[in-house]
Design a protein around this ligand. Structure first.
Ligand code: PAF
Length: 290
């Protein structure tokens, strides 16, 4: 595996690969890699060669009171893990490369970015869309891989590629969970002791919703009341939002229809976590995937 630190180096490698007719795959990450990221790598390796993993802790997507400074950074162990997986290139640009002095352009996906995570984390998706657009320009991937845990992010990036005629196909992969259901996230490293135990409440709440959907419940108010009940029963958990939205528009729905997302955000101790379930219509009934 080759590690590339410069944008010019990355562009050259991907230009040469594309000239040879190769299919470039990109997994954009902020490092502190875990099995969720590795599942994206394995999915990319099924149809892309070379596979590029980028690691860049993007300051533009953190608010002033958020965890940019303490966000886990583990470049050496990340590099070793990617090498062992057979990744072709690790792209790890420096902040000065990504945002040189005088940088003043950003990408805003209107509407979709203002709701849910965007309402709680002002400017977050502007930072995400901007850096992902830049990474797409640098790497020129045919396919880019994102986890469904960040469902709103994946939807926004898909919209961005459509609106900006970016020829990268967005692939969204399933959520990977710990054995007790906690969705894998680099921020889980912040959780210890009682917080770690309490953090499973998000999964438990989605799991109970999954059971109710399987039993035929489709009334959103009732489903959400039950999901919130599971979260509220855990004193260390403070709900930010629990919503059921149309998977395409991200607008709230009154009753299940088509494809919906159940989106949860909560703070456990001082750690903010998100999780979700996808609910899809199958004939006359619905099936939730947690
Ligand atoms: O999901 C993430 O890790 C980040 O938001 C991303 C897509 C790498 C952009 O910085």
């Amino acid at each position: 595996m080759e590690t590339i630190h410069t944008i010019s180096g990355m562009k050259q490698v991907s230009r040469e690969a594309r000239a040879k007719g190769r299919v470039v795959g990109l997994i954009p990450t902020m490092g502190a890699l875990h099995e969720g990221h590795f599942s994206l790598v394995r999915e990319a390796q099924r149809r892309c060669s070379p596979v590029v993993v980028s690691i860049f802790v993007n300051p533009a997507q953190f608010g002033p009171s958020e965890d940019f400074q303490k966000y886990p950074r583990s470049l050496e162990s990340d590099r070793a893990a990617l090498e062992a997986l057979g990744v072709d290139y690790l792209f790890a640009p420096a902040p000065e490369e990504m945002y040189p002095a005088g940088f003043c352009t950003s990408v805003v996906v209107e509407g979709l970015s203002d709701r849910l995570e965007g309402r709680s984390r002002q400017g977050h998706f502007r930072g995400v869309a901007t850096v992902v657009a830049k990474l797409f320009e640098m790497v020129g991937p045919s396919f880019a891989y994102f986890g469904r845990k960040d469902a709103q992010q994946a939807r926004i990036i898909r919209q961005m590629t459509r609106d900006l005629d970016i020829e990268t196909q967005i692939v969204t992969c399933p959520i990977v969970r710990e054995s007790d259901g906690l969705a894998l996230s680099s921020r889980n490293l912040y959780l210890a002791g009682d917080d770690r135990r309490a953090a499973t409440a998000l999964y438990r709440s989605l799991e109970s919703l999954e059971r109710q959907v399987a039993a035929g419940e489709s009334d959103v108010a009732r489903l959400l009341a039950a999901a919130r009940g599971v979260l509220s029963a855990e004193p260390r958990v403070k709900i930010d939002y629990a919503e059921i939205v149309d998977a395409d528009t991200l607008e709230p729905v009154m009753s299940l229809r088509g494809s919906c997302l159940v989106l949860l955000a909560a703070t456990v101790g001082s750690t903010r976590l998100i999780d979700n379930a996808l609910v899809e219509q199958e004939g006359d009934s619905f099936r939730a995937t947690v």
